[in-house]
Design a protein around this ligand. Structure first.
Ligand SMILES: Cc1cc2nc3c(=O)[nH]c(=O)nc-3n(C[C@H](O)[C@H](O)[C@H](O)COP(=O)(O)OP(=O)(O)OC[C@H]3O[C@@H](n4cnc5c(N)ncnc54)[C@H](O)[C@@H]3O)c2cc1C
Length: 319
């Protein structure tokens, strides 16, 4: 007797695919397959601005010509040795210098696991400090990306300590899928530290994160309003048309000037909307990732949209 396959109807396909796809971000075999398979180049190029800094800077300049700012991210995460972390510090300080030299705004995004967080908080702090010193020297800003929930509290504490030392030069990211997000938003508001608000890109358990997209979105809307009202230059980082419309409405109703906050979107995602919002007079910053370590980042982007995932699966199967 055939057992009928019963999928819970209220779960959209995106939610069903997300967890298995995110698990692929940690698979060395699939990474090897993707790297060997020439097809992936085109799709990777949609989300990654290039393998080297100069190519990425060309994209930053093209965005600037269209009235948009950027935050540059050298791809990479979870280094296992102090030597690798030191190398990352060297390349981030060089990136800040190079952006300033190119007369572009020195704004970068970093991941603490790339600065040695797995080796201990003191290692990550000692590595973040020289990057912030350089940011101060060139009038720049460093955004500490938020990673999986096992790092959230440590990241928050490091950013708070560093914001006390380098006020206004460092900010972080709060993920609305986390149950703790509201308390974290209040911590950052109390310190006048800049927040980028996102939904969250990792597979998290129900103990720490909302599993239902409607709850994630409702929390986003609540925190977005709070940040627009009371935050320090918040970044509303989403491609979600409903949330974008709510941000615009709220700012207009409350008379919040467009230079007191900004929208942020990812390189290659909803490009038309990036241009349209810029033309409508909103500030728009694009997250521009580059480098050879694109695989985990790329997988997270694929997991966000079933159409991307189906395209990749078809190409892998057809070889
Ligand atoms: C500037 C920026 C920085 C970020 N930094 C972090 C971070 O530090 N930590 C973290 O956990 N997450 C980060 N994220 C990712 C974020 O958490 C979400 O995973 C991602 O933005 C998708 O959520 P969404 O708000 O766009 O809404 P969704 O509901 O996922 O998407 C809304 C619509 O946007 C479009 N869209 C979204 N993603 C894609 C895609 N990949 N390809 C094609 N279309 C797409 C689709 O049309 C979709 O229907 C960042 C996102 C941005 C924009």
């Amino acid at each position: 007797m055939a057992i009928p396959l019963r999928l819970p109807r209220q779960i959209p396909v995106q939610q069903l695919l997300r967890r298995p796809l995110l698990a692929l971000a940690e698979s060395d075999q699939v990474e090897g397959l993707m790297r060997r398979n020439g097809f992936s180049k085109g799709l990777v190029a949609r989300f990654v601005a290039g393998e080297d800094l100069e190519t990425a800077l060309g994209q930053v300049r093209a965005l600037a010509d269209q009235g948009m700012t950027s935050t540059l991210d050298q791809l990479g995460e979870n280094v296992a040795s102090e030597e690798e972390a030191r190398q990352a510090v060297g390349s981030y300080t060089a990136i800040l210098d190079r952006i300033a030299e190119a007369n572009l705004e020195p704004n970068i995004s970093v991941k603490l696991t790339m600065l040695g967080l797995d080796l201990g908080d003191p290692v990550a702090m000692a590595n973040l400090a020289p990057i912030l010193e350089r940011a101060e020297a060139v009038g720049g800003f460093v955004r500490v990306d938020m990673e999986g929930s096992t790092y959230t509290e440590r990241t928050m504490a490091i950013v708070e300590a560093m914001h006390d030392r380098f006020p206004g030069r460092v900010g972080t990211v709060i993920q609305s899928y986390l149950r703790r997000a509201e308390a974290d938003v209040e911590r950052m508001i109390a310190r006048n530290a800049r927040v980028r608000l996102v939904k969250g890109a990792y597979a998290e358990p129900a103990t720490v994160a909302f599993q239902d997209r409607r709850e994630v979105d409702a929390n986003y809307a609540r925190l977005m309003t709070r940040l627009l009202d009371a935050g320090t230059y918040p970044a509303i980082a989403t491609h979600d048309p409903a949330l974008i419309a709510q941000a615009r409405d709220h700012a207009a109703r409350q008379g919040i000037a467009s230079d007191r906050w900004e929208f942020q979107m990812l390189y290659g995602v909803r490009r038309d909307e990036q241009v349209a919002l810029t033309k409508a007079g909103y500030r728009m910053r694009i997250y521009v990732p580059f480098g050879t370590e694109w695989y985990p980042y790329f997988t997270r982007r694929i997991a966000e949209r079933p159409a991307n995932a189906l395209f990749v699966a078809r190409q892998l199967v057809s070889g």
